[in-house]
Structures are given as C-alpha cells and as structure tokens.
Design a protein around this ligand. Structure first.
Ligand code: TXA
Ligand code: MG
Length: 354
C-alpha cells in the first residue's frame, strides 16, 4: 500500500522527507509536490527506477522523463556541451518552472531519457522538492504524477486517485502553486526552441535569448501524424477528462448564448453538460444554471487563477460524470498561452468560433 506523508507549508518539518528520500535511493517511487504540479519521483540514474515510473503511470517508454536537481552544480554531471545560453537561462529562471533540454552525459540511462541522447533538467523552486532531492543524494526523474493521458495532479488527492497502491509514498503539501507544467526549452542544438509553454512565457525568454522561438504548433502535430514532435510527449492525447471538450471562442455574451443553446439541445438528448467559465461571466448562464454543471475556473482579474485551477476543474467534471464539457476560450497573454495550450490538447483542438 501507499504511505501518505503530510507537510504543513506554513510550518514545514523537513525531517519527514528522510523516509521518501530513502525510498528513492533504494529504487522506489515517491510522489512529491513542486511549484508546477506533483511529480512522480525515482532515482534518475537508476534504470530500474525509470522503468517503474513508466509502469506506474502506464506511460509509453519512448516519452522521456524530466530530471530534477537541487543545485545548479548538478547540471554538469547530467549534461554535456552545455552552451552559454543554457547558463544565462538557468541563472535567470532557476529555481523555477523551466526545463532545459541538453545533450545527456553517459551517467543518464537511456531508460530515463526515453532512448534519446538528450536529457531534460529542471531545478524546481519548491523547498520541499529541493530538500527531497538533496536528501536522496541523487537527481530525481519525475514526470507529472498522473496516469498517462489524465490531467496533471495539482493536489495530492489527484495522485492518490491515479497512483494510489501503485507507488511507495505520496508527500502531501497542499495545492501546487502554479498548476501547469514547466516551460520546456530545447538548447541542445544551435537554436533555442520552446517545446512546451508554461508559466514562463516566450516573452520572458526572449528577453534573455532574443531569437528563441516556439516549436511547430501542437495542432499541426495533432492533425498530421507524419510530423515528428521534438518533445515526444506532445504526440499523445493529454490532459483529458473522460468527457469530450468543446471550446467556444468569441465575445463573452455570444459565447454564453451559444453554449446555452448547446446545453438545451443536450437536455433533449439526455446528455449531461458541463461548462467552464470565468467569475465575471457566470451570470451570463443564469438561464441554464439548473441544467448544467457550471464550474468557475478563475477570474479575469487574476490570470494565474485559471492556470492554478484548470486541471482540478477537469477532474471535477469526471467526478460529476458529465457527458460533454463546453469551455470558454481564454486570453492568450502571459500564462494564458500555456492555459490555452493545455485546454486545446484536452479538447483535441475542437473549437468553434461565434
Ligand atoms: O513542471 C513539470 O515539468 C513537471 C514537474 C513534476 O516537474 N513535470 C512534467 O513531466 O510535466 P512530464 O513527464 O509530464 O512532461 C515532460 C515532457 C514530456 O512532454 C516529454 O516528452 C518532454 O518533457 N521531454 C522530456 N525529456 C525530453 C527530451 N530529452 N527531449 C525532448 N522532450 C523531452
Ligand atoms: Mg505529464
């Protein structure tokens, strides 16, 4: 069975981390909080640990793991030919929600790198995560601690739902602050390419590396199966609750009217609908408020709230057992770009314009 360890962020007792650290050193698996989402950690340098991670998550083994470090000095043990750009980014954005792709050193097993000659490295800002890495005396390979294909866990209870009974221990330190996974930047070639948007935006990165650019859009990869994505994870259906999602885009009144019409139609077909909306728009659904499961994901005033809540809300719809989910489209500035990236993937890019 899976052990549960609680840590109070306001008054943390780091000594309890000795238990999961010892488990990781011995080749076991521990889920732990980071500032982005909860990770499923194992010894990054132990191929058996990496195999266990893939099995626990039912993850395809060609989808590489992110290696977490506690100190920037660990970087040169894991990577080779580290370009100056990597250090510029690391000095500016670590510890934080940024993952760098670099040429891997020989100590990183191919099980961890999903067979690639590159390695993904992140130095998280979360004190609990860093303390765990230090105590385990290794680097920790950790994908998001969800079952492959499900939304990433932002609460320890999400990890229990997906991986309870399948891993050794789960550290519960309350909600993950950001709620979306790290920004992935490939610096393993002469170009600087953003493979996955996150809390750190393209705008932030361009301030340090002006010619950085965003990789082929995921939508193209989704529509054209012959294209090969640089981050293997991008080709899989992701972040998806059980129900289908349809994104409705446009002026907020027109969107609410369209969604209300769709919900009325669903009722005649005995389909239960869910709606994802913002605090400011909630009143626009007054007419159908008893006919659909309406969840407020965030507010226009606080853009970060939508990122923080999105994955939790997707899981709430699973519990509510809805058949279809309609979501408003969100503004793409700042962290909004990452929010829409995850929402579009969850919706398999189904969008209607009104
Ligand atoms: O915020 C995060 O990044 C969280 C926390 C736990 O740190 N981790 C996370 O891991 O989101 P995961 O495994 O769910 O996503 C890792 C992504 C995948 O899309 C994978 O394909 C890509 O990183 N990736 C890993 N190594 C790579 C490599 N060498 N080259 C290209 N992409 C890589
Ligand atoms: Mg993941």
């Amino acid at each position: 069975s899976t052990q549960l360890i609680k840590i109070d962020r306001k008054n943390p007792d780091f000594s309890v981390l000795k238990i999961p650290a010892a488990i990781i050193s011995k080749g076991g698996l521990a889920a732990f909080p980071t500032e982005t989402v909860y990770g499923l950690g194992g010894d990054a340098l132990n191929p058996e640990s990496a195999k266990k991670i893939y099995t626990a998550k039912s993850r395809p083994c060609d989808n590489p793991l992110i290696v977490h470090i506690a100190d920037i000095s660990q970087l040169k043990l894991l990577a080779e030919d580290i370009p100056e750009r990597a250090y510029l980014l690391a000095e500016k954005f670590w510890p934080g929600p940024m993952t760098l792709i670099l040429k891997k050193s020989s100590i990183v097993p191919y099980e961890t790198s999903g067979g690639l000659d590159t390695v993904a490295v992140r130095l998280p800002a979360d004190d609990i995560a860093r303390q765990l890495i230090r105590l385990s005396k290794t680097a920790i390979a950790a994908p998001s601690a969800n079952t492959s294909g499900k939304p990433s866990p932002t609460l320890a209870s999400h990890v229990v739902e997906d991986l309870g009974g399948r891993i050794d221990v789960i550290i519960d330190a309350g909600p993950a602050e950001i709620g979306l996974e790290s920004t992935i930047i490939d610096v393993s070639t002469s170009e600087t390419v953003i493979l996955r948007p996150g809390a750190l935006s393209l705008y932030d990165i361009k301030k340090i590396i002006p010619d950085a650019y965003r990789a082929v859009y995921d939508k193209k990869l989704f529509k054209d199966k012959k294209l090969k994505p640089k981050a293997p994870g991008m080709k899989y259906r992701h972040y998806a609750p059980c129900a289908d999602i349809l994104i409705v885009k446009g002026n907020c009144r027109a969107v609410a009217e369209k969604i209300s019409g769709l919900v009325k139609d669903d009722i005649t077909k005995r389909r239960r609908a869910g709606i994802i909306t913002l605090e400011e728009n909630l009143q626009l659904y007054d007419q159908i408020r008893h006919s659909a499961c309406i969840i407020v994901v965030g507010s226009k005033k606080d853009k970060k709230s939508t990122a923080h809540n999105l994955f939790k809300v997707l899981r709430q719809f699973d519990k509510a057992g809805v058949d279809i989910i309609y979501s408003e489209a969100f503004e793409r500035d700042g962290i909004g770009e990452a929010v829409m990236n995850r929402l579009l993937k969850a919706a398999s890019y189904k969008v209607i314009d009104v």
